[in-house]
Design a protein around this ligand. Sequence first.
Ligand code: HEM
Length: 472
Amino acid sequence: LPPGPLGRPISGIQSQLPKSEPWKTYAAWGVRYGGPMLSFRVYNRRTFVLNTHTAVHNLLERRAAIYSGRPVSWMLNTICGRANTVFNISGVHPRHKIYRRLLQGGLSAQAVKDYSPILEDEVDVLVRGLSETPAQLEQHLRRNATAVIMKVAFGYSVLGSDDPFISIADQSSKISGWALAPGRWLVDYLPILRFIPAWFPFAHFKRRGAQWREILDSVSDVPHSWVKAQIAAGTNILSFTSRLLRPGMTEEEEDIVKWCAGALYAGAADTTVSAMISFIMLMALHPSVQDRARDEIDSIVGLGRVPRIADVGRLPYLLAVSKEVMRYAPVANLALPHQVTQDDSYAGYRIPAGTTIVPNVWAVLHDPELYPEPFTFDPERFVHGSGSSDLRVSARAGQPDPNAYIFGFGRRKCPGIQFAEPALLLSMACILHAFVITTPESSKAVAVEFTTGITSHIKSFETRFARRHPEV
Ligand code: HEM
């Protein structure tokens, strides 16, 4: 097996699992132990961390057929009833392919065009909110992400920031994070414990799981039933769900539509909010980048109107900024864990079937061989040309497009990428068109820190939004 910390005889490295920013610890362990992969054990489960772009590419992309499983979380999948979600379903389950096909069709470039009025209406609400109560930045961004995805997935209009769906959806992503926390639930390592009755003195996890299951079920079932009622009443609007539901569908077919639509919220909400928070913090810290991006937007859009989806393809510098935001502050530093479904070997090491494979996206995106001075925020990495007519985004020799890592790998790669990129660019363009973002802190005094979780972003510090055209 590849090298790594050994830990204790029974629990392995359970007590050494890093509590904050594990990607940094895994990268440091990778250097300490050497080799193309880092290996460790928690109880009876073995994890390999891939810290280099070559290992990530050779295993997760080139051997995607056997590296696209997901490790089973007994707590989340079985106790909380989430085995059939798009995220958790096994890579060899026949539904996996059907899910991917429906999601790729429903989130294609054409679908983005169809949904552009939703994106445009909601970004206007976001800009208005930031102008009125800028201190509530995170609430405005979360409301925006939820409103967009609830309308796209179900045709459901979210009202204010206190819409009940926002808090229940927010709660559900927190629950998934808690249920997935490595080393926290003994049942993940001793699956036989799942048969213990809930009243048993040590079966706290079963009672907790039952409460969580109820909340998680309502997140998937309530909006689905709501669309069906709208269709029956003839009041539905076009959405991912209403496009796919047909009279006479089997229960199985309808269930597939329900889980795919549910995955849209889970996939889009925290990721877009994280990307936008990091963007705003970095713009406050880098006024010259902000000015250059704004000049580009003004030159294409002018001052008499606001940016629309049709404009975002003509903003190469802003695209470079967006790529650099997500390289510097990756949204999902460890992507999501994969599982290898057959015995394999790589670089002289044995990789047993069932091993959890964790791609260290953060380590790859901060590898100085790929991205020189990786801790410097510099959109120029992805820009070619100088004048506005010949400016285009492409990786310079040796600086690969970070999208190859940011959105995951192989047959699990994010199906929302074609939706996420233009949606983010639209929000970024509208915010820079409307405001100058500053911070009262001196840029040098701000220590950039990151949150820890499945998704991560720069920890917010005080920012100000000065309106550029109060009349618009
Ligand atoms: C900044 C935006 C986003 C980022 C950085 C991002 C990143 C990721 C990553 C890293 C994965 C895991 C890939 C893997 O396991 O290798 C993933 C999966 C997924 N994403 Fe995204 N995502 C984003 C936006 C979206 C959006 C907007 C949607 C839907 C509208 C979406 C839907 C999904 C779904 C359904 C999966 C599960 C795929 C599977 O397990 O087969 N994502 N995303």
